[in-house]
Design a protein around this ligand. Sequence first.
Ligand code: GLN
Length: 451
Amino acid sequence: AHLARIDAVDEKVHAFLHIDREGALAQARAVDAKKAAGEKLGPLAGVPLALKDIFTTKTMPTTVGSKILEGWVPPYDATLTKKLKAADVVILGKTNMDEFAMGSSTENSAYGPTGNPWDLTRIPGGSGGGSSAALASYEAPLAIGTDTGGSIRQPAAVTGTVGVKPTYGAVSRYGMVAFSSSLDQGGPCARTVLDAALLHEVIAGHDPLDSTSIDAPVPPVVEAARNGSVDGMRIGVVKQFSGEGYQAGVVQRFNESVELLKSLGATVVELDCPSFDLGLSAYYLIAPSECSSNLARFDAMRYGLRVGDDGTKSAEEVTALTREAGFGDEVKRRVILGTYALSSGYYDAYYGSAQKVRTLITRDFEKAFEQVDVIVSPTTPTTAFPIGERADDPMAMYLADLCTIPTNLAGNSAMSLPCGLAPEDGLPVGLQIIAPAMKDDRLYKVGAAVE
Ligand code: GLN
């Protein structure tokens, strides 16, 4: 049924970069056979899923939305891919994304944009726009995203779906193509809070193949999602997550959510987190710096594309020609920015300062979580904007990440879930819930209460 739905709508939506028809049917039949044989089934047996094209898959290409990896079929499965298979999930295919997960609209994909199923002329968010669009268009009931600076939550917000960035280190990064390693985090996307929790439990957990993986039990997210409640909880509203640049309808729906939380028995506490104002600036130095180092491996020798290798050119020339042809504008912009920020003489002024801001943001969160159990905010300042509107204005594009980025810098957990439609344009608004590290279950408890 989901393959038929993909056939019917994906030409217009373009959520998928690769559809694994045969593989999906084979997996589904294997589940049927297991069931018929009376064998024990995995926890998500037979449930179809759309996988962001940033996780390696042995039987499908992995492009990361880039020409430089066009046609590359990795020799191994990511830990997350393995866990999905072990849970008997049916992987439908790989979803569209901004190239190397750099963007907030999926317009930076080398394979063309994805449309927002609510209005195909608008962006589905990014970088994981393909995964969230697949959910909103009913092409898949579950999807996987990655969130370095909001790429699970912001697409969830603008497509009216649920997305969770687990605590940094909770879901293995082994086999997830690196963008900014100290921020990157895979997580679940779904249409309901409970569905997200069921997927969360399958993909999380310690992995010795990832040196930053947390060696601790997965928080009880499914139990929390089944027992939604905010009664007696202290919920923070941060001053810095409001003001100029926020769309009126987004603010209205957010304020209504706060009233709902109060009516369900929560106490709302106003918080001041002054360092959050510096979050965007710090992120857009740290992420490009790490990206400039991580993307050095795309040298035309190890993977994918190779341009100009005609026997007359040096290795350096072939690398340069390949990177020129294979990387898009935003990736080049970030590699240049990051290389500059890390160069000697500038390191302390840029990268060093950004790291200090990161510490201040972490401290603001620590202070906040002494007073409250969770923080709530709008997920993103506006609803889905038209495709093309911010494509030539990187600074305007970066503003979409205003509320999501502090969480990545501090490494704690956050969810976005729908909280109604903005009256002025009828488009979905996202409510963000933020919890301390390894208290991801609180997101589900609060989310299930207000869903
Ligand atoms: N919009 C952010 C960026 O462009 C978020 C990316 C992400 O979370 N992968 O860097």
